[in-house]
Design a protein around this ligand. Structure first.
Ligand code: NAD
Ligand code: DAU
Length: 336
């Protein structure tokens, strides 16, 4: 069996990747290591958590007593675990530094000792490039992160690179654009707006609504990672972009019209401080080794809306019962 460690595997992208990996590789044994923060949930893995080739470990990547032996026994590490929400990082950045930077450091130190390790995938983000007024970011572009989340991810991104350059750890770094799909925590714009609209609750659109994000279906992200584990070159960075640039106001109108809801549900609210205007990725490098996104945005968005519509068992408990989520949104609305 190929031993694969997935950190943050109970989160949005991680849980989709665990499912993808078990489905695609009969010879993989996948260990999920997850702290189960507010964003990590066993429910995200409900259909695979007891799979015979899956083991779930509930712990912090920063706890070397647990995380280091798991890295040391692995052939492949896919490191998703992170604090991920920009608004939370603006309110309080400490946990982002601890998990995204220091947690990554703990894993990389263990990776130096991992005799069988052949791939360490550092999941970075397009946010490390900062706002892109025109054109598209290439892997060689300067990093200009502009919020504490993006800066902590940029730190981890370069730390991982340094462990390849210095210690020959087989690191690759991936920088993906905005993912969407099932099991995304409903603080992020698509699940937040979809689940609010289902309940006829206003959707809070930041600023003038003209910020642009490039949307990548989570399955297309998983297929890129799967390819890169074997076809990537250590020490290299790969952009993973969906090629679907959409203005927030257009995205919002599409969500509302798909659900048959009126545009009067849009509630313009104060802008996010330092709100990046636009992200865009040049994906020539990844396409050059045989990857292309398969999911057209129209279909991906409709399917995703339908998933949230028919799986309210998954999101209602978060929005209605989780005190951390409720107080976070009270704080957000208080700010506006
Ligand atoms: P998420 O917030 O849904 O999940 C993060 C997971 O990490 C959760 O399960 C959480 O419990 C776990 N975690 C947090 N701190 C931990 C710790 N100290 N130890 C162990 N586990 C911990 O995030 P996501 O959207 O799935 O993002 C996954 C990764 O992909 C992150 O590294 C993020 O920066 C990156 N990324 C996300 C996007 C996106 O659009 N969502 C785009 C590009 C890159
Ligand atoms: O680009 C990749 C990044 O995408 C990832 O690295 C992050 O982990 C992920 O959270 C995401 O960051 P964004 O800040 O782009 O995602 P978010 O869903 O928070 O916001 C998307 C856009 O929608 C952004 O322009 C802000 C806007 N927005 C967001 C929320 C939550 C609103 O207008 N209203 C909202 O309530």
């Amino acid at each position: 069996m190929v031993e694969v460690l997935v950190t943050g595997g109970a989160g949005f992208i991680g849980s989709n990747f665990v499912r993808y990996a078990l489905r695609s590789h009969d010879d993989w044994h996948v260990t999920t290591l997850d702290k189960l923060t507010y964003a990590g949930r066993r429910e995200n893995l409900h259909d695979v958590i007891d799979h015979p080739r899956h083991t779930f470990v509930h712990d912090d990547i920063g706890n070397a007593a647990v995380s280091a032996p798991l890295v040391e026994q692995s052939e492949i590490v896919v490191h998703f675990a992170a604090e991920t929400h920009v608004d939370r990082s603006i309110q309080s950045a400490g946990e982002f530094i601890r998990t995204d930077v220091e947690g990554t450091f703990v894993l990389l130190e263990a990776a130096r000792r991992a005799a069988r390790l052949r791939r360490f995938v550092q999941i970075s983000t397009d946010e490390v490039y900062g706002s892109v007024p025109a054109g598209a970011s290439r892997e060689t572009d300067e990093l200009k992160p502009r919020n504490p989340y993006a800066a902590s991810k940029a730190g981890a991104d370069r730390l991982a690179y340094s462990y390849w350059a210095t210690y020959n750890v087989p690191v690759i770094i991936t920088r993906a654009s905005n993912n969407y799909g099932p099991y995304q925590f409903p603080e992020k714009v698509i699940p937040l707006f979809v689940t609010n609209a289902i309940d006829d609750i206003p959707v809070p659109l930041y600023g003038d609504g003209k910020n642009v994000r490039d949307w990548l279906h989570v399955e297309d992200h998983c297929s890129a990672l799967d390819l890169l584990i074997d076809a990537g070159t250590s020490g290299e960075v790969y952009n993973v972009g969906g090629g679907n640039e959409v203005m927030n106001v257009d995205l919002t109108n599409r969500i509302l019209s798909t659900l048959g809801k009126p545009s009067t549900l849009i509630k313009p609210v104060a802008d996010r401080p330092g709100h990046d205007r636009r992200y865009a990725l040049d994906t020539t490098k990844l396409r050059g080794i045989g990857w292309a996104p398969r999911m057209p945005f129209e279909r991906g968005l409709t399917d995703t809306i339908e998933w949230y519509r028919t799986n309210d068992w998954w999101w209602r408990p978060i929005k209605e019962a989780d005190p951390a989520f409720r107080s976070y949104y009270e704080a957000q609305y208080g700010r506006r």
